[in-house]
Design a protein around this ligand. Structure first.
Ligand SMILES: Nc1ncnc2c1ncn2[C@@H]1O[C@H](COP(=O)(O)OP(=O)(O)OP(=O)(O)O)[C@@H](O)[C@H]1O
Length: 638
């Protein structure tokens, strides 16, 4: 379980926040208008002290009750207008900001779909999940509240001080005095808060990973009685997060205290100095009331700056975390892939079928000193042929099959489909030609039909040409339904008709409401439903009982007859589906031939297939002397 944090490095919060500008661009007019409304509302609160001054120096001093009532009415109306305008501001931004958040989330999801498998191997899922949920929520709240109020409060404070200086420069200067120490202290604590904020958001990601893994692996956890250990691990991480949150709270407390105490001291000084000046007759009582009222009205804008800056720091962190994913390079088609006509060779001609030429591969995070998983694979699967791929555990069979749909990119050599280099093909086209079923059959929380029909391109079904749209749609649906029935038949997945809603039954998260064998049959149906030209199957029958396996094999034979296929096989029964067998050993294809030929002539193969070897059982990847020096055993073909 990874607790590795993706380091943010040193960065400027403002620069991070500026990266959000293109995302909120569609809502910018509303945001600006809402900010204006909030500024007007906030400045109305500064007019109230001026009304008070007028009341104290006018109707109160003159003992004029009707003037006092008029002043009270003015204060009431100003307060009412302020409340109304703040409500209007909230209404203005709510919908556009929800849309901004939804769009950013959709962009993140789309990006995750396009990022290479190597990225997903590296990143814990909880880290991605927390970026798509908590971090984006923080970003939305920033636009809703801190951003607007940092602006509104800055304008309110500026307007407030203009009025204060207009009323009397001496008292205004006393009020302004704490600004310099205030700024220095805030910037010191904000930097520490930014570090704590990054740590806490990364810890939320780690915690999400633990929760996700334990929910998905609940059967293993319960089966091995590991629930207490799991709870302990969770509590440890939750404890670390709690510690970081408490540190944040302490820092925020200090910032808050500094921001509150220094201005209070200034207000106290103004009160003393102002009273002395009123007593000396240098200042009217109304001016002092107005002064103190404005100073008190500015308290909230000043005090709130502490937590507004803290929220801005959190948003800068959330923005960095969001863009760390968005900045990752996507899977790229080669530069000329889109417009290159391809170098296709007609089916059946020399160079047709599936060919591996000097294909090498090393995982990006593998030890650079270690030998690559694949060191130079040469293999030809003729058009219409089924080739079984056999090799010891960890010899690289799954890795080799993953190179065909370009889930990983070969580090050297090339793979061709009917003579066309897959590196020069647009991925979409490549994946419409090649279908895959992996050893671990992954299903999605959707219906049986939706899971199987994922294997067919949207709208792809026979009978589309030259008809009106409704008829085409009808024919397409009928075509998809027929393809579904055929695929379920091939995969011997008739059990789906016994499910409560037949093919419309939801299979639950990851298809866990089905048995392992049932999931594997649906994964197989998904691989064959689109009648692919090339089929790559990674030990597709491993979870079936012998009777079902025999049935699926019989049906598979029919499918394999029409396609060029590479089938990873661990057992003789699967190997027998193939026309020929290739043995992967030491990162290369060390022998190719029929099952019988290899059984007779290749000790490693005989050992892998039967577990017995009259001479000696070779270890994984050990050179058996066959083919490694270029000499293939008798009956071996390339
Ligand atoms: N994402 C990865 N990052 C780094 N190394 C990996 C990764 N996936 C697999 N490997 C390594 O590559 C080697 C080949 O793995 P692969 O899964 O291709 O073997 P395999 O022949 O399919 O094994 P099995 O028969 O047990 O399924 C192994 O040593 C494995 O540890």
């Amino acid at each position: 379980m990874s607790t590795t944090h993706i380091s943010a490095g040193k960065r400027s919060a403002v620069r991070s926040l500026l990266r959000l500008w293109p995302c909120v661009r569609p809502a910018r007019n509303r945001l600006l208008f809402a900010a204006l409304v909030a500024i007007v509302a906030s400045c109305l609160s500064l007019v109230i002290p001026l009304v008070l001054k007028w009341m104290v120096d006018g109707p109160v001093a003159d003992r004029d009750p009707s003037g006092v009532w008029l002043g009270a009415l003015a204060v009431l109306l100003l307060g009412f207008a302020e409340a109304l305008l703040f409500g209007f501001r909230r209404w203005l931004v709510a919908r556009p900001l929800a849309e901004v958040e939804a769009r950013m989330r959709a962009d993140l999801y789309a990006r995750l779909q396009r990022l290479p498998i190597a990225f997903h191997d590296r990143w814990p899922s909880g880290q991605l999940l927390s970026r798509g949920t908590t971090d984006l929520m923080i970003v939305r709240m920033f636009f809703q509240f801190p951003l607007t109020f940092l602006l509104v409060n800055a304008v309110t404070i500026a307007v407030g001080f203009v009025i204060l200086f207009w009323q009397g420069w001496l008292l205004a200067t006393v009020l302004l005095a704490p600004v310099v120490p205030l700024l220095a202290l805030i910037s010191f604590y904000e930097a520490r808060f930014a570090t704590a904020s990054r740590r806490s958001q990364d810890q939320v990601g780690d915690l999400t990973t633990v929760v996700e893994e334990s929910v998905l692996g609940i059967r293993i956890i319960k089966g091995f009685g590991r629930h207490r250990g799991q709870v302990r691990a969770f509590q440890e991480l939750a404890g670390e997060l709690r510690g970081t949150e408490l540190l944040k709270a302490r820092l925020l407390g200090i910032i808050w205290a500094v921001i509150t105490v220094l201005p209070e001291l200034a207000v106290g000084s103004v009160l003393v100095l102002g009273t002395v000046r009123v007593a000396d007759g240098d200042l009217s009582a109304g001016t002092l009331v107005a002064f103190l009222s404005i100073a008190l009205a500015l308290r909230w804008p000043v005090e709130s700056i502490g937590f507004l800056l803290a929220m801005s720091q959190e948003t800068a962190t959330a923005t960095d975390r969001y863009f760390e994913v968005m900045d990752e390079p996507e899977e790229k088609d080669s530069a000329s892939a889109g417009d290159r006509p391809g170098t296709a060779v007609p089916e059946g001609a020399d160079g047709g079928g599936l060919r591996f030429e000097g294909v090498a591969f090393r995982y990006p995070d593998a030890d650079p000193q270690a030998a690559p998983v694949l060191g130079g694979v040469d293999l030809e699967i003729r058009p219409g042929e089924t080739m079984a791929l056999v090799g010891g555990t960890g010899s690289g069979k799954t890795t080799l099959t993953a190179l065909v749909p370009r889930l990983h990119e070969a580090t050297a050599g090339r793979i061709t489909l009917d003579g066309e280099d897959i590196a020069a093909m647009p991925r979409e086209r490549l994946r419409s030609l090649v279908s895959v079923a992996f050893e671990e059959p992954t299903l999605f929380s959707a219906t049986v039909a939706e899971n199987v029909l994922m294997g067919i391109a949207d709208g792809a079904a026979p009978g589309d040409g030259g008809h009106p749209p409704e008829r085409r749609r009808g024919e397409r649906d009928a075509g998809r339904s027929a393809a579904l029935d055929r695929a379920l038949d091939v995969a011997q997945a008739g059990f789906v008709h016994e499910l409560p809603q037949g093919v419309d039954t939801e299979v639950g998260e990851q298809g866990l409401s089905l048995s392992g064998g049932q999931r594997q049959r649906l994964a197989l149906a998904r691989a064959v439903v689109g009648r692919p030209r090339f089929l790559v199957l990674d030990d597709p029958l491993s979870a079936l009982d012998v009777h079902t396996e025999a049935l699926v094999e019989a049906a598979l034979r029919r499918v394999l007859a029409d396609t060029t296929a590479l089938v990873v096989a661990h057992r003789p029964s699967t190997v027998l589906l193939a026309d020929r067998v290739a043995l992967l050993s030491g990162g290369r294809i060390s022998a190719v031939g029929t099952h019988q030929e290899l059984l007779r002539t290749n000790a490693e193969y005989a050992w892998l297939m039967s577990g017995t070897d009259p001479v000696r059982a070779p270890r994984d990847g050990e050179d058996t002397g066959h083919g490694s020096d270029g000499e293939l055993p008798e009956g071996t073909a390339r």
